[in-house]
Design a protein around this ligand. Structure first.
Ligand code: DAH
Length: 341
């Protein structure tokens, strides 16, 4: 029995030393120390020993078991350290590798100019109103004093949705004026930015879809002077304090009198250049004193109230602002173009 125990001790220490993994080590523990293990088997035979032999073999068996336990524990530690360092090596991160660049986008130039303009108007006490892009012809035309037979009502100019010409894609933001006046009492001070649609061929200065910013002020005693003062202040904020404005007589069915507003070319200062096409002035928007018929049609008494209105093209403002010469660039989503702004 003594020899058997010594053999077990020797075999166990050899196998434990050579054991490659924690899982194999557990198998060894079961093999030697488990309930059906080799040491247990020896201990079970102790009944057949003499009274003198029993304590000697018992003590030896205990010491063999303890030494196997110690060897297992030592190996377990060694294996887990080895596994840890192998894992650390495998999961090593090289912090010196250059990081992948995260590219953060930015506003489209049209949005930049829109936000600037909205900010200026908000600062002057305006609020922002919205209207639908699919509009009743009654709002886009009739209530704006655009009579039957007017050129903008031609099929060749307007995207009609209904055969009877009662619904179409709005061709201007002006119908928002009427919609707002029908629901609100003066004083009114709104702008309304949005998309508009016209049957235009795409070229450097035309697109079948573009953006306008509409404006409307209605109160007691509003005159052309308020229109001039307001738009002059807005242009100075948008294009610089030295910017001059010029008001030219024009015609719009929904304003009387009507005018177009030009700003003195902020590139050449009025002497004439490529941007202003040698004119010294750049046409920016249409405006006027709201026609009494339009006020009355929207339920506002023109004998008590008066107002002014304006509409400007956002693409044009953006192109002038950034010196962009072809409107198509604004819609092509070419990163080489957009990343310049
Ligand atoms: N709706 C006009 C257009 O698309 C622009 C305009 C002119 C708007 C005069 C107005 C205005 O509100 O009073 O050409």
């Amino acid at each position: 029995m003594k020899e058997q125990l010594e053999k077990i001790q020797l075999a166990a220490s050899g196998e434990i030393a050579a054991c490659p993994s924690a899982a194999d080590l557990e198998l060894l523990r079961v093999k030697y120390l488990g309930k059906k293990g080799e040491i247990t088997a020896i201990l079970k035979q102790m009944g057949g020993l003499s009274a003198e032999e029993r304590p000697v073999i018992g003590a030896l068996a205990n010491s063999v078991r303890e030494s196997i336990e110690a060897a297992l524990a030592a190996k377990r530690t060694a294996l887990s350290e080895k596994e840890l360092s192998a894992r650390l090596l495998a999961e090593e991160i090289d912090v010196t590798i250059p990081a992948r660049l995260v590219s953060i986008g930015h506003r489209h130039p049209i949005s930049t100019v829109l936000e600037e303009a909205v900010d200026i108007f908000l600062g002057m006490g305006f609020s922002v109103a919205e209207g639908p892009e699919i509009e009743y012809s009654v709002y886009d035309f009739d209530k704006l004093n655009i009579p039957w037979g007017h050129t903008v009502r031609e099929w060749s100019d307007t995207f009609y949705i209904e055969e009877d010409e009662s619904v179409h894609l709005r061709c201007q933001t002006s119908p928002v004026q009427v919609r707002y006046m029908e629901k609100h009492e003066p004083p009114i001070r709104i702008i309304s930015p949005g998309r508009v649609y016209r049957k235009d061929e795409v070229d450097a200065t035309h697109s079948p879809m573009f953006h306008q910013i509409e404006g409307l002020v209605v109160d007691k005693g509003i005159t052309l002077a308020d229109l001039k003062g307001t738009l002059d202040a807005v242009m100075k904020k948008l294009y610089g304090a030295h910017t001059s404005t010029r008001f030219r007589p024009h015609h719009f069915p929904f304003t009387e009198p009507s005018c177009e507003v030009d700003v003195q070319c902020f590139v050449c200062g009025g002497s004439g250049c490529r941007v202003c096409k040698g004119e010294g002035w750049i046409e920016l928007l249409g405006s006027g004193v709201v026609h009494p018929k339009v006020l009355a049609g929207a339920g506002i008494d023109p004998d008590v109230y008066s107002g002014f209105a304006f509409g400007m093209g956002l693409e044009r403002m953006t192109m002038l602002r950034f010196g962009i010469e072809d409107m198509r660039l604004l819609y092509e989503n070419d990163m080489r173009f957009l990343s310049q702004f």
